[in-house]
Design a protein around this ligand. Structure first.
Ligand code: UD1
Length: 439
């Protein structure tokens, strides 16, 4: 199995270019099903989640043409399917964002049938708010035997008022996609405000939709009959950028992180500054420098503009070597999202987890060990820890990391890290879980 081998303890220096946003890409690609015409998507990240979605669309009859590594032309004009073909079920069960196919097929055809979504296993991941929204738009939604079936009464969704009981990125996106071509006006209240929500709204609008308010907590959509083709450039990935910032904080050095929107990184920059990491914002870059000792801090994850839950594991990895006690509290996912702590402990970290909080007692240094990527961001945390640790770290199950990081090995090597992807048998581990569970 492929694993990453890191000889840690080397400061990072140089410049790294951030790729397109994963969570925007995995929304925009399914949304393209709604479009009759050619969508040219630029700055698409080269990651396995987008590959899978493009593959699914191809199978459904879309024409997918790669123009270069990060630009694709997608033509869904001839897609006829309102039912996800059986050959694709295994794939949709691996990706969280596959639930956007439901919103898109429902919006385009008035009917949709797909598997329940997959993705990273953070404990229970309900989709009741998606169902609430689609039902309000006039769909009859049923879940049976691991499948979701949805049918719009009279063949077309109609606009409605929707209040989300929980701020949910996925539900906000799914309802926005479905409502784009519904009859009449939809108002969604208490929505998520993440940068990828705004990006999806901008994509839909550039294809002829009328979506307003994205980035605030109320989104208003006036349904249009059809969406037309166009060109759209995705935003840079907030979490990929944050991961490189965390890596510099942990390993030391000075790195210019380019192709970013510094505003999206403010919550991360603020916390790193509290930890005595220097951050300088440019127009489309941030300079991150750390050469002295780290300072402890406390972090609580929240929906945007709060501190992102998808940066929680990487920041915990940084705090492992900050003198004193830091408290990291998970405020988005019930169940704590702390499975990776056991892996950091193998590297000498001193962390106690109590319910939704991890208490991190800073140690002098981490020591290389063989660890697992429990999920996408947990895997990124292992890379951050491995780069800072003394000795050799081997990271197994890197397939999770490759769901969301374009060429992570090449990018860190260019910054002077000693990291390689090797193919060698895994070490025996009685506790190894079966792999994909939920994204
Ligand atoms: C998305 C991201 C994921 C990130 C998360 C929170 C994608 C593909 N994934 O996941 O990386 O960690 O946002 O920023 O974009 N909830 C409900 N009912 C629902 C939906 C969600 O109770 O119907 C709860 C969840 O259990 C969780 C919280 O709402 O506690 C936030 O979940 P949500 O924002 O929906 O996460 P995802 O869209 O699945």
């Amino acid at each position: 199995m492929e694993k990453y081998v890191i000889h840690g303890g080397k400061p990072l220096h140089g410049q790294v270019d951030i790729s397109g946003a994963k969570n925007a890409a995995v929304a925009v690609i399914p949304a393209a099903i709604m479009v009759r015409g050619v969508c040219r998507l630029e700055n698409l990240p080269e990651i396995s989640d987008t590959d899978k979605l493009l593959h699914i669309l191809t199978y459904m009859g879309a024409q997918v043409r790669m123009i270069n590594r990060t630009t694709v032309e997608l033509d869904c004009t001839n897609v006829q399917m309102d039912t996800l073909p059986e050959e694709m079920w295994a794939m949709t069960r691996k990706i969280r964002a596959s639930y956007y196919l439901i919103g898109a097929m429902l919006g385009r055809f008035g009917r949709a049938r797909s598997t329940m979504p997959g993705g990273c296993n953070f404990g229970v991941r309900p989709i009741d708010q998606h169902i609430k929204g689609l039902t309000a738009l006039g769909a009859d939604v049923r879940m049976t035997g691991g499948f979701i079936n949805a049918t719009a009464k009279n063949g077309r969704l109609r606009g409605a008022m929707v209040y989300l009981d929980k701020v949910s990125v996925g539900a906000t996106i799914n309802i926005m996609i479905a409502a784009a071509t519904a009859e009449g006006r939809t108002v969604i209240e208490n929505v998520a405000r993440e940068p990828h929500i705004v990006d999806l709204a901008n994509f839909l609008n550039s294809m002829g939709a009328d979506v307003r308010g994205a980035g605030t907590d109320v989104i208003k959509i006036r349904g249009v009959k059809t969406l037309h083709g166009g060109t759209y450039t995705l935003i840079p990935d907030q979490i990929e950028a944050g991961t490189y910032m965390a890596a510099v904080a942990a390993a030391g050095g000075a790195v210019k992180i380019t192709n970013v929107i510094p505003k999206h990184l403010e919550c991360i920059s603020s916390k790193l500054r509290e930890m005595d990491v220097e951050i300088e914002d440019g127009d489309d870059y941030v300079l991150v420098r750390r050469d002295g000792p780290l300072h402890q801090t406390n972090i609580k994850t929240k929906p945007y503009p709060g501190f992102p839950t998808d940066m929680q594991p990487q920041m915990t990895a940084v705090l492992c070597c900050a003198p004193g006690v830091s408290v990291v509290t998970e405020g988005v996912w019930n169940g704590g999202r702390f499975k990776y702590v056991a892996e950091l402990k193998k590297m000498g970290a001193s962390i106690e987890v109590d319910d939704q909080s991890a208490f991190v007692q800073g140690v002098d240094h981490l020591t290389g060990a063989t660890v697992k990527a429990c999920d996408l961001r947990a895997g990124a945390a292992m890379v951050v820890a491995g780069l800072a640790a003394e000795g050799v770290t081997k990271i197994e199950d890197v397939v999770y990391i490759e769901r969301g990081y374009q060429d992570i090995v090449g990018k860190f090597r260019a910054l002077g890290a000693d990291i390689a992807c090797v193919d060698e048998p895994d070490e025996p581990d009685a506790e190894r879980s079966a792999g994909w569970v939920a994204g």
